[in-house]
Ligand binder design. Structure first.
Ligand SMILES: [Zn+2]
Length: 186
């Protein structure tokens, strides 16, 4: 089985999260977050489909293993600028999602040699677009506060990292990243 690495050099679950309804959890879970229902104006539980790792804007992110990289920057999704790594794990294909990025910065090995891709959180595209193959521990971009992380106080800046079992228009079948990587302090 391919070796797995963490997405950052220093990996720690973020501790502080503000919001109108008190502290919210930064690990993976069903119904652990709160949001306002726009019709009833009442708070409702919602899922957190990933983990939040402490990372000030501009922190380098790395490929967790060998795989194939895609990017998306949808105005609707809330994830902002994303990278998604398709990889094999225990005989199945999984998709690792890096969300709220500031920029993409990755060198892809191709038949023409190394091709460098750079993209900003102001470059939008709705569907997932292919970039190419990367290896574990390759640097692929930098964290930011794009999508619904826009405007967070500096102490709350983070990388949202998810793992899904399927990818079509959107990622589907979220699983706990800490079941695939080892548990992360925080
Ligand atoms: Zn998150």
């Amino acid at each position: 089985m391919a070796q797995l690495y963490y997405p950052l050099l220093r990996n720690r679950i973020r501790q502080i999260i503000s919001g109108n309804y008190g502290p919210q959890k930064c690990r993976f879970g069903q119904g652990i977050r709160v949001q306002i229902n726009q019709k009833t104006k009442l708070p409702e539980p919602r899922n957190h489909n990933g983990i939040d790792l402490e990372a000030n804007e501009g922190t380098a992110v790395f490929s967790i293993t060998d795989g194939y990289l895609y990017w998306r920057n949808s105005r609707q999704s809330g994830f902002g600028l994303e990278l998604v790594l398709e990889f094999e794990y225990g005989g199945t294909t999984l998709y690792a999602q890096y969300a709220h990025l500031q920029s993409i910065s990755v060198a892809i090995q191709s038949e023409q040699g190394l091709v460098f891709y750079a993209g900003r959180d102001t470059d939008f595209c709705t569907g997932y677009r292919p970039l190419g193959s990367v290896m574990g521990r390759d640097m692929i971009g930098f964290t930011g506060s794009s999508g619904n992380a826009r405007g967070l106080p500096k102490i709350e800046e983070h990388l949202h990292f998810g793992i899904a079992k399927g990818m079509s228009e959107v990622l589907t079948g979220w699983i706990d990243p800490e079941q695939v990587l080892r548990r992360i302090p925080g």
